[in-house]
Write a protein that binds this ligand. Structure first.
Ligand SMILES: Cc1ncc(C[n+]2csc(CCOP(=O)(O)OP(=O)(O)O)c2C)c(N)n1
Length: 900
């Protein structure tokens, strides 16, 4: 074991200095105690403040004031009475632990490649169970499996087994489903594993259970995807803020409802885990409780072997302005702390680094006595009356329901700040020397019978040897006291969790004709599609049905996109309203913040903006209140920067619009390599429920947005839209007759060649496919081809290569299954029989138009903006990448000559 005295100047010792004169310290402390006793805590706070100011004046270095001692924040005197039946709850949690473990062991015995985790839930079990028995409230729909109106719980992803295991006891998941943990396709069902048996379950129709919380895969069960570490915490913060927003705007009463987020201490190293801390404090999110499961280990080893993750997190959260509740020690430590007059126990705890705490978790009472308590004679004396077994039984706070209840109760009652509970646990708790505190415990997926037997004894499980050998699931009979208790507790809390509902009112959306201004074109007036978008948004905000439900979201780029007019029109949401007179208050369109403001201005925080967008885009499900978010961002800082959050949005069955603005690698022109987006449509194509469009004209945009609203709000399809808009100004033509279907499906004939043959021989023909602003280059190329090369070029506007591909694949699938009733893809319907080569160009990499190559009849050339962007004028950039009119025309000439 490390000799800590060697670490004299380490960061750890700066935070936990040694006492050079304990006697003097004691005198000071006694004087302080006497003052608190006589004059009260408020006076004590005042004096401390004055002392600190005074010390500063004397240039005395101040201690890190954001840390409290290494013990529970809730003292014994403030601890509420535990309202439950401890014995029954202990019994229940043991059974839940067993079934969770059994799921993983069985899955991996049969198929070692399936994976899964035992040790994480083993550490989190009591934290979850106290929540289920006493805190997590289901909404009015809870009894029928809905949670609108209830608490929202973001579960630590790889502890999902514990949640399944509880749902099994509650009768919400079947044994057949448990037996098919991580086998969701229904394929390869073995004896006794009827995949259809899953259908008997009341909350999940599929045959198996997903690895982590996935609303896409278990749409009636999981609400929030957390599988990618760090995304849970930031989504929870933005969800809590969104609930305040809904209340602030008078749309929904969310008072009393809580957002709970369970995260790992290792997970706290993800930047997204910390990204929203100051926002949560600034906005006073007292509806948010984050529980960090501090088992001090992550996958490879200790989270902070040489320090203390709990003290570090305390400083971070407290510094950001959170209410921090430390839940470190179980009830059996109370007596030790009560007798720790000289503070030797606390001193020993402070000098112990997490790497050592892990070793103490992995070893027995005897080892703990020798290495922890026997270090100082006073400490040795403190536990002299305890046997090694007693020492072994000393629990960490996160394993004691009484202490957990006290921490949760404090958190629930706290007002004005979000709360973080730092719960100390042991990884692999109860797994004995097979797992508890072991470096390798995270990866432990198989346990032999001896280990299972030890687990049975440790948790007093009523299992026979054969049960152990077969790793049978266990469920007490319905009339067993623990089962009655389990149901009674959930009934008292409004129903069962988690349960996802998609029941929400359908909304009427404006008809396309209502966007007449865009459909009629701008005459000669030049306008960008970004301006067209802002025009549509401003109109929607006034819509009698949808107006209130629109959630405009920006990440400090509203002015870039010309959206600043909305500041005044609908205001920016601010929990505190506007405490200052804005500099531009005497202007018509001033910067207006308001408690009922409608815009979410996230600052330079794309991850936060997207998390807020997810909250709004899933409001139909989490709150039974459909909202329609439009998040407008620099398109490069969407899929590229926060693609994983967009993936989570897809998993969440989000419904809303992502507006990739200043899009296109050559259209953004001056911003250069890091800003110019040439790939987002390619990434969007990989997300099955993302419907992406790259329109060129305002009328196309109107058709697309109207259709999106219809599909998401009226038809309630689980899709979301990604639409790129550009900042290039040009005259906007009117909607050509009959073009709507093509716009929606992905392409339509915009202009047939006006060039005709003068002799008997027809002109060679080429089809130019153009997308986004590059469509206009294709139009110009058609003129060059006709005038200079005698080639007849038809120009097609491609609004979505990705939708065209989807349609092509769908047709292929259909044709495989229905050989006698074949279908033709939209691309084929458009181009078949028309003859000639096809040339496609867009402001994205060639791989985007390449997506439809399989359905193009004849020769197909694709042009794009592959490589890094760079700063220059639009004309220079388009020439550089070869997507200008000349480049397209030259490619077409080549294509025609080779096609001939
Ligand atoms: C973004 C991301 N990176 C890596 C992983 C893989 N992973 C799953 S659990 C885990 C360790 C988690 O440690 P901790 O947060 O401390 O939780 P514990 O299991 O110890 O409770 C890792 C690295 C992941 N799920 N997501």
């Amino acid at each position: 074991m490390t000799d800590l005295s060697d670490l004299g100047s380490s960061a750890f010792w700066r935070v936990n200095p040694k006492d050079s004169d304990p006697l003097e310290t004691r005198e000071w402390l006694e004087a302080f105690d006497a003052m608190v006793e006589a004059e009260g805590r408020e006076r004590a706070t005042y004096l401390l403040r004055r002392l600190l100011d005074h010390a500063r004046k004397r240039r005395v270095q101040l201690p890190p004031v954001l840390n409290t001692p290494y013990r529970n924040s809730v003292g014994l005197a403030d601890q509420p009475q535990f309202p439950g039946n401890l014995e029954v709850e202990q019994c229940l949690s043991s059974i839940v632990r067993w079934n969770a473990l059994a799921m993983v062991v069985r899955a991996n015995r049969a198929h070692p490649e399936l994976g899964g985790h035992i040790a994480s839930y083993a550490s989190a079990a009591d934290l979850f169970e106290v929540g289920f028995n006493h805190f997590f409230r289901a909404g009015p729909g809870g009894k029928n499996g809905g949670t609108a109106g209830g608490d929202l719980v973001y579960f630590q992803p790889h502890s999902a087994t514990g949640v399944y295991s509880r749902a099994f006891l509650e009768g919400r998941l079947s044994e057949a489903q448990l037996a098919r943990y991580r086998r969701e396709t229904g394929a390869g069902a073995g004896a006794g594993e009827d995949p259809a048996a899953g259908a008997a379950s009341s909350v999940h129709k599929g045959p198996g259970l997903s690895s982590y919380p996935h609303p896409w895969l278990m749409p009636d069960f999981w609400q929030f995807p957390t599988g990618s570490m760090g995304l849970g915490p930031i989504q929870a913060i933005c969800q809590a803020r969104f609930m305040k927003y809904l209340a602030g705007r008078g749309i929904l009463d969310t008072a009393g409802r809580k957002v709970w987020a369970f995260v790992g201490d290792g997970e706290m190293d993800e930047p997204e885990s910390l990204a929203g801390l100051s926002l949560a404090a600034r906005e006073g999110l007292d509806n948010l409780i984050v529980v960090v499961n501090c088992n001090l280990q992550r996958l490879d080893g200790p989270v902070r072997g040489n320090g203390s993750v709990i003290q570090e997190l305390e400083g971070l959260y407290a510094g950001a302005g959170w209410n921090v509740v430390k839940l470190l020690w179980g009830s059996d430590w109370d007596a030790l702390f009560a007798r720790d007059d000289d503070g030797i126990l606390l001193q020993r705890l402070h000098e112990t680094v997490d790497g050592e705490f892990q070793t103490y978790a992995a070893t027995d009472g005897r080892f703990n006595r020798e290495h922890f308590f026997n270090k100082y004679p006073e400490l040795q004396a403190l536990v002299a009356h305890m046997s090694d077994e007693d020492i072994d039984r000393l629990r960490r706070g996160g394993h004691d329901p009484v202490k957990i209840y006290a921490a949760y109760q404090t958190a629930v009652q706290h007002r004005g700040q979000p709360t973080v509970i730092l719960a100390q646990t042991k990884k692999g708790y109860g797994m004995g020397h097979w797992g508890q505190g072991k470096m390798t415990t995270h990866q432990q997926k198989k346990l032999d019978v001896e280990a299972l037997r030890a687990f049975r004894e440790r948790f007093s499980l009523p299992l026979t040897d054969e049960d152990l050998e077969q790793v049978r699931f266990f469920k007490p009979p319905a009339d067993a006291p623990e089962m009655k208790y389990l149901h009674a507790r959930r009934e008292a809390l409004g129903g069962y969790l988690p349960a996802r509902s998609s029941a929400a009112p359908k909304l009427e959306v404006p008809a396309l004709e209502q966007f007449a201004k865009l459909l009629e074109g701008s005459n000669a007036r030049e306008q960008s599609t970004t301006m067209a978008f802002v025009q549509i948004l401003a109109q929607l905000l006034k819509d009698p049905v949808l107006g209130r439900r629109i959630v405009p979201i920006v990440a400090d780029e509203a002015r870039t996109f010309g959206m600043q007019t909305l500041f005044r029109q609908v205001g920016i949401y601010a929990a505190l309203g506007q405490l200052y007179e804005p500099e531009d208050h005497d202007e018509l369109l001033y910067y207006k913040e308001a408690k009922d403001g409608q815009i979410l201005e996230e600052g330079i925080n794309e991850a936060g903006a997207l998390s807020s967008w997810i909250a709004a885009a899933t409001s139909y499900s989490a709150h039974g209140t459909p909202m329609l978010p439009f998040y407008a961002f620099y398109s490069m800082f969407g899929f590229q920067r926060i693609g994983d959050l967009i993936w989570a949005a897809a998993d969440s069955r989000s419904r809303g619009f992502l507006i990739g603005a200043t899009a296109g690698r050559t259209t953004l022109a001056g911003e250069g390599l890091q800003h110019q987006d040439g790939t987002s449509h390619l990434i969007a194509s990989t997300i099955q429920n993302c419907v992406a469009y790259d329109p060129c004209y305002g009328y196309e945009l109107a058709v697309i947005l109207q259709d999106g609203m219809r599909r998401m709000l009226a038809e309630q399809e689980d899709v979301f839209y990604y639409v790129t808009v550009m900042n290039e100004n040009y005259a906007q033509p009117p909607l050509p007759a009959g073009a709507e279907e093509g716009i929606r499906r992905g392409m339509y004939l915009l202009r047939r060649s006006r060039h005709a043959a003068t002799g008997a021989k027809p002109l060679p023909r080429v089809h130019l496919l153009g997308a986004g602003t590059i469509l206009r280059e294709a139009l110009a190329a058609a003129e060059i081809l006709g005038d200079e090369y005698d080639i007849a070029a038809d120009v097609w506007s491609v609004t979505s290569f990705t939708e065209l591909r989807r349609d092509g694949l769908e047709c292929e699938r259909w044709n495989r299954e229905h050989p006698t009733d074949p279908r033709r893809s939209w691309v084929e319907q458009c181009l078949d029989g028309s003859g000639g080569a096809v040339v496609a160009a867009s402001d994205y990499v060639c791989a985007v138009p390449d997506l439809i190559r399989a359905w193009i009849p004849g020769r197909y050339l694709t042009l794009g903006t592959d490589g890094f962007g760079r700063s220059d004028t639009r004309a220079a950039l388009r020439s550089f990448f070869g997507v200008d009119a000349q480049g397209i025309a030259h490619a077409a000439v080549r294509a025609v000559s080779r096609a001939a």
